[in-house]
Every structure is written in structure tokens, then in C-alpha cells.
Design a protein around this ligand. Structure first.
Ligand SMILES: O=C(O)c1cc(=O)[nH]c(=O)n1[C@@H]1O[C@H](COP(=O)(O)O)[C@@H](O)[C@H]1O
Length: 237
């Protein structure tokens, strides 16, 4: 279920809004052939599964980004619930371990071709080496991302969330079919905000990213549809 009725747009817009009408006003300006949409913890907590169903009904591929991390049984039930919503992609935390990831994968088997892509978060793009060390991980971010991505691939998942700075390493180590979803994307000159391991859209794609998660550089732009068009044009250039 990687290429859908909408083709295979690379940009996944992170809809991180506290106001549903504001989000829907942005969505009304977007074309499902030009982008996919990501619903994360803020909007899901505020507006629930009905908001996700609304986006799916409008014809968008939806990445449900709830980063599940729990015991295997709980995570398996949660990803099956995501599949019931008809989302295109769902994620878990790789640090939940192999058994958790295998249980999530097994829970999607009954959905066959309709199963969402299942990916795992490695090291958050907001984290620096120092912050990682504070959590007890003494490897560098790139080493930890590679270790967690290997675990994810061995568990049979479709890919990982990582920073574009690790994309070329992961593509060469894990092969072309293992999907790399990269947040922390910042067009030249835009504000990094809380992100730390960042890259521009063009360089991220060249480095091997399959999908670019982009939030504020589009959603907070004066003209979000124009910002998306400019990014898409830069990717095709
Ligand atoms: O899983 C994610 O999507 C994610 C993982 C990660 O490591 N870093 C990261 O920023 N994200 C999400 O990607 C989006 C990035 O948004 P912007 O920083 O506004 O472009 C947010 O919705 C984050 O929750």
C-alpha cells in the first residue's frame, strides 16, 4: 500500500493545530496528489478518530503518528485500531523492542493489502548527542539510529522515522526498499524551532529519504499552498 490512488507524493504535512477549523481550512487548499497528511498526538488527543476519518474521507493518505510504545499486546491492539481507521501509515517506537514490533506487525496481517505501512521511530530529530547520552544511550545518534533501524527491519516492519542526516547511512546498510521517513526538514532560511538534526527538502531526498515530514515551514507560512508547491518544485528540480 505504498503507491495509492493519489500517486506517491513525498511531502507529509504535519497537521499540528489546536484548532480543528484552522486545520480544515488548510486542508481545503491542498490536493491529495501533492501531499499526504500527518495527524499527531495534539490533534488526535483534541479531536480523536473522527478527525482522522474526515481526512481519509476527503481522499488523503493519512499517517497516524501516535508513536506507540507499550507492552506488545497493547501496541498490537492499537495498530489494529489504526488499520480500522483506514490510515496509510502508523508508527511505534523502536525502543519498545523486537517483541513489541513483531506483535504490531502480526496484528496487521489480517488486513492484507489494506494494512497501513508500519514504521518505527528511532532517535527523535529534536535530540542531540548530549541529550541522548542523558537518557543512558552512550552511542552517537547515528549509531543508535542504525542499531534501532536494524532491529526494526529484523522485526519485519516497513521502515523507520529518522533524521535525513542518517538517511544515506541507512539506505546503504539496509537497502532501497526499507522506507525512510524524515522529519526535521527545513527549507533554507527557515526557523529550526525545537528541531536539531535538520536538512533541506532537496538534500534530504538526495540523501535517500522516501518521505519528508514537514510541519511548521508549511502550516505557519503566509501561504501554505504556495510553500508546498515551492517545496514540491524544488524536489522535482
Ligand atoms: O514521528 C514523527 O513524525 C516525528 C519524529 C521525529 O523524530 N521528529 C519529529 O519532528 N516528528 C514529528 O514531525 C513533525 C515535525 O514538525 P515540524 O518541526 O513543524 O516540521 C512533528 O509533528 C513531530 O511530532
Amino acid at each position: 500500500m505504498q503507491t495509492t490512488r493519489n500517486g506517491d507524493p513525498k511531502v507529509l504535512i504535519a497537521l499540528d493545530f489546536a484548532d480543528e477549523q484552522q486545520a480544515l481550512a488548510l486542508v481545503a487548499q491542498l490536493d491529495p496528489a501533492q501531499c499526504r497528511l500527518k495527524v499527531g498526538k495534539e490533534m488526535f488527543t483534541l479531536f480523536g478518530p473522527e478527525f482522522v476519518r474526515t481526512l481519509v474521507a476527503k481522499g488523503f493518505d493519512v499517517f497516524l503518528d501516535l508513536k506507540f510504545h507499550d507492552i506488545p499486546n497493547t501496541v498490537a491492539k492499537a495498530v489494529a485500531a489504526a488499520a480500522e481507521l483506514g490510515v496509510w501509515m502508523v508508527n511505534v517506537h523502536a525502543s519498545g523492542g523486537s517483541r513489541m514490533m513483531e506483535a504490531a506487525k502480526a496484528a496487521l496481517a489480517p488486513y492484507g493489502d489494506r494494512a497501513p505501512l508500519l514504521i518505527a521511530v528511532t532517535v527523535l530529530t529534536s535530540m542531540t548527542a548530549e541529550e541522548l547520552n542523558q537518557t543512558g544511550v552512550l552511542r552517537s545518534p547515528a549509531e543508535q539510529v542504525l542499531a534501532l533501524a536494524r532491529l526494526t527491519q529484523q522485526a519485519g516492519l516497513d521502515g523507520v522515522v529518522c533524521s535525513a542526516q542518517e538517511a544515506s547511512l541507512l539506505k546503504s546498510e539496509l537497502g532501497p526498499d526499507f522506507k525512510l521517513v524524515t522529519p526535521g526538514i527545513r527549507p533554507a532560511g527557515s526557523d529550526a524551532g525545537d528541531q536539531r538534526r535538520i536538512m533541506t527538502p532537496e538534500l534530504a531526498l538526495k540523501a535517500g529519504s522516501d518521505y519528508l515530514v514537514i510541519g511548521r515551514p508549511i502550516t505557519q507560512a503566509e501561504d501554505p499552498a504556495a510553500a508546498l508547491s515551492a517545496i514540491n518544485a524544488s524536489l522535482h528540480g
